[in-house]
Every structure is written in structure tokens, then in C-alpha cells.
Design a protein around this ligand. Structure first.
Ligand code: NAP
Length: 446
């Protein structure tokens, strides 16, 4: 890989030279192993340790197919989906790979006894497959994680509707937590020039998801003046949802679990903040079998106290079972609950009387289509939305990085250096960077 890294670090290597670089037969990658999917049996979710299941090892370079690209990965980031893969919950991701492997001769490549994980990257195009015209070797890129086949009509209005829609690096193999990644060329987007490799790699998945869930017409279609309740406002998704609310003229009501996180939300410009630990909401009884509507009311009263008596237009939901009943309750008449996840459990319970009698809507949202991801990346490139990177690990420390996210011991996003030898490299536009340096560093060192 040294020849590839040298070409990237030189900064002025010509496209033809990149195209002629010799590619390695194998590369370093973070993997989980199929013969270890039962390793945590009988252990509580919280105690399942990604450091035990994530390996960093050499794997074979996959064959490059039509419409695909091999990318040298300079940096990647941890997403919650890598936590799910590494603790084999709610299901082992090898089932996804087996199913994908049955689609065609070419997709068989993905069905292996190891899964290279990771759904974000910033890096450099090494080689493109037949039919790719838009991207050339040597181009600096980031990749969104939507993988589609688009052979049927279903996905041709909104690609998220493709029956063969998958999340790259979670439901497909050859993900971004590695020195090389295999992507479809229609996952590629220009790397924001004012960011380092690790900063550029960190927004991808969560930024695109938050954009669709909150801003897009396919999600919350947020408008100026909306009151937006954001759970986990300093977390992966929430750190972007908060910025979108502020950037779009809405009012975020940020829920966080400690004062440090409240400080981060304030630094983004949020003024209405609820510390859920301080308030000690008990939406469920001890056994987790029944909810307490009086606690929903206490939460709603707190929101009204902050907003001057107004209720929530859009709830940005992802904790799931723990909070969903409260989220439905505090939404205004005609308001919207948008949901993209169920971190605390997917069997939700809410009082449907509050929903139907008040004409509230629950909208499901999942990642984002190429256009939405492109818009979200464009806003980063323009310095209107900023990365939320708090800490960076090396690829060898990927298990610890995933553990931080699993334990909710992190802020914003946790980055991983892949080929990049150190942090701080890859900036091509110093002027724009200088203009936004405080915003870029908001989540740093917390
Ligand atoms: P994250 O960085 O861990 O942030 C989640 C935040 O939720 C935490 O920071 C925490 O904030 C808050 N939270 C955790 N437990 C909570 C509880 N019991 N009640 C209220 N708030 C709680 O994770 P993320 O990247 O934002 O992802 C969140 C979820 O969305 C994950 O399940 C992930 O798999 C999913 N996701 C789905 C998609 C999609 O396309 N469908 C995309 C991205 C992520 P505080 O402790 O400060 O409250």
C-alpha cells in the first residue's frame, strides 16, 4: 500500500499515474468472523464488547465489477451499525451477506466468512469498473452508504424504495473501516476541500440520515419556525439534526443526558435544552412493562416552559421504545414524529388516542437517497453544516472506538484513521477552513 499512500500524500499525482498504480492483493481491514457470531451468547447487550469481536487483519482485494470503484480509504468513522454488527444484534449481519450473495454472480463476492465493516469513508479513487465515467483515479471523495441495484421500477422515484436497497458496510461487504473499500460509483461524492480526511469521513451516514429525516420532503419537511424536539442532540444523528434545525430557521429543543452534552448543544447555537438525567424522567416502570403518562405530561410541561407554551411540530426520534410514548404525547395537533431507529428496543408502545384524535403522523425514515446525501454533503462543503468529530482512533483501535459508541461514552462522531498516517492531513482549502475553524472543532476535546 506504500506506493498508493505515497501517490496520495504527494498531492500532485496525475490521474494517469493513479490509474497505473499497482494494486495490492490484500489489504488491512476491520472484520467480524462468521464462526464467532455466538461468542456473546448469554451476555447482556451492554456487556457485549466489540473489542473481542472486531478483528484487524489482511483480507483479499475483491474483484472490481461494472459500475464500481475501489477507493483508498484515508479515514472512516464509527456508526452505530458497526456496534450492531460487532455485538451480533439484533441479528448477525452474515444473513445480509448470504442474501446479497444470492442476487447475482457478481454479488456472490460479498458472501464470505468475514465481514469488512464500516459505512463511511474519505479517500481517493484508485480504479473504476466498466461503465464508470464520472469518477477518475486520483479524485478525492467521500462515499455515502446507499447501495442499490435499480433493476426494477420501484426505486426509480426514490432510490430508498429499491427492493435491493442495502447499507454498504452493514448489509454488504468491503466497508470503509479498512485501507481499501469497494463501493458503487454512485455512492461517491466530492470530498469537502476545507476538511481533513478524518473530518470529511465523519458526517456521511448520520448527516445524510438527519437531512432526510428532518429536512427532506421524504421525511419531516421541516420549515422555518418549527419547534423540533431532538433526542440525543449531541450524538451522531442529533448533532446534525440540531444544526439543520438552526440552519433552517427552526427552534431545536435539545434533549441530552449531561452538562457536557448540554454545553455542546449550546455551542451549536441551541438555547432550549433539557437534561434528561437531571429531570430524571421515568417514562416506564422499573420492570419496563408499563408507561407512566404523568411523566409524559411532566416532560410536555417542561417543553412548554422552554418554548413559551408551544408544543412540538416535529420529533426527531431514534431512541425508540424508551421515549416513543413520550414523543407521541408531546407532539402538537397535526405534528409529526419522524423515526429512523430503535436503539432502546423496537417494540414501541404509545397511546394511540393522542395520535389519531390529534391527527399526528408517524413518518418512517431510513438513510437517504443519492440526491439527499449529495445535498447534505454540499452543505458540509459550503460550510453551512459542520462535522461533529470529537475523537479519532487508529484502525488497530477500532474495537475501542466502537465500544465508546456502544457505551454512549462519546460525543458527536468518533473517527478512525485508515491509511492517513496522522490527523490533520488532506486539507486543500485553507481559507475556508480558517473561516469555520471554531465550528469544525466544536466537538473536539470534550
Ligand atoms: P449515538 O451517537 O449513540 O447517539 C444517540 C443518542 O441517543 C445518544 O447520544 C444519547 O444521548 C441518546 N440516547 C441514548 N439512549 C437514550 C435513551 N434511553 N433515552 C433518550 N435518549 C437516549 O447514535 P447515532 O449515530 O445518533 O444513532 C442512533 C440510532 O440511530 C442507532 O440505533 C443507529 O443504529 C440508528 N441510525 C439509523 C439510521 C438509519 O438510516 N435508519 C442512520 C443512523 C443511525 P444523551 O445520552 O445525551 O441523551
Amino acid at each position: 500500500m506504500q506506493n498508493i499512500l505515497d501517490a496520495i500524500l504527494a498531492g500532485d499525482t496525475a490521474t494517469e499515474d493513479f490509474a497505473h498504480l499497482e494494486l495490492p492483493e490484500s489489504y488491512r481491514a476491520a472484520t467480524v468472523h462468521k464462526d464467532e457470531v455466538d461468542m456473546f451468547e448469554g451476555i447482556a447487550t451492554r456487556d457485549k464488547d466489540p473489542r473481542k469481536s472486531l478483528h484487524v487483519e489482511d483480507v483479499a482485494l475483491p474483484e472490481l465489477g461494472p459500475g464500481e470503484a475501489l477507493v483508498a480509504v484515508m479515514a472512516s468513522a464509527i456508526n452505530y451499525n458497526t456496534v450492531w454488527t460487532s455485538i451480533f444484534e439484533p441479528v448477525s449481519t452474515f444473513g445480509f451477506l448470504e442474501r446479497y450473495g444470492r442476487v447475482s454472480e457478481l454479488t456472490k463476492r460479498h458472501d464470505l466468512p468475514y465481514h469488512v465493516v464500516g459505512s463511511d469513508l474519505a479517500g481517493v479513487v484508485l480504479k473504476t469498473g466498466p461503465g464508470v465515467t464520472k469518477w477518475k483515479p486520483g479524485t478525492e471523495v467521500v462515499a455515502h452508504c446507499l447501495s442499490v441495484e435499480l433493476e426494477g421500477p420501484e426505486g426509480h422515484d426514490d432510490t430508498m424504495m429499491d427492493p435491493e436497497q442495502r447499507i454498504w458496510g452493514f448489509e454488504t461487504n468491503f466497508g470503509g473501516l479498512a485501507h481499501v473499500a469497494l463501493v458503487k460509483a454512485n455512492q461517491l461524492m466530492p470530498k469537502p476541500a476545507h476538511l481533513t480526511w478524518e473530518e470529511a469521513a465523519s458526517p456521511g451516514l448520520v448527516n445524510s440520515t438527519a437531512y432526510r429525516q428532518l429536512v427532506s420532503k421524504n421525511g419531516g419537511a421541516m420549515k422555518q419556525g418549527d419547534n423540533v424536539l431532538i433526542w440525543g442532540a449531541s450524538g451522531g444523528l442529533g448533532g446534525y439534526a440540531t444544526q439543520y434545525a438552526l440552519n433552517g430557521g427552526a427552534t431545536p429543543i435539545c434533549v441530552v443526558s449531561n452538562e457536557e452534552k448540554a454545553k455542546i448543544a449550546r455551542s451549536m447555537g441551541a438555547e432550549l435544552i433539557i437534561n434528561r438525567s437531571e429531570e430524571d424522567y421515568k417514562f416506564w416502570n422499573e420492570e419496563g412493562t408499563e408507561q407512566n403518562p404523568r411523566e409524559w405530561k411532566r416532560f410536555g410541561a417542561k417543553i412548554r416552559e422552554l418554548t413559551g407554551g408551544e408544543d412540538i411540530d416535529i420529533v426527531f426520534e431514534h431512541p425508540g421504545r424508551e421515549t416513543f410514548g413520550a414523543s407521541v404525547f408531546v407532539t402538537r395537533k397535526g405534528g409529526t414524529i419522524t423515526t429512523c431507529a430503535s436503539t432502546t428496543g423496537y417494540m414501541h408502545e404509545y397511546d394511540n388516542r393522542y395520535l389519531w384524535m390529534n391527527l399526528k403522523r408517524i413518518i418512517s425514515s431510513h438513510f437517504a437517497n443519492y440526491r439527499e446525501s449529495w445535498e447534505a454533503n454540499r452543505l458540509i462543503a459550503k460550510g453551512k453544516i459542520h462535522p461533529t468529530l470529537s475523537k479519532t482512533y487508529s484502525l488497530e483501535e477500532v474495537g475501542q472506538a466502537a465500544l465508546d459508541v456502544h457505551r454512549n461514552a462519546h460525543q458527536g462522531k468518533v473517527g478512525v484513521l485508515c491509511l492517513a498516517p496522522q490527523e490533520g492531513m488532506g486539507v486543500r482549502d485553507e481559507e475556508t477552513r480558517a473561516r469555520y475553524i471554531n465550528e469544525i472543532n466544536r466537538f473536539r476535546g470534550v
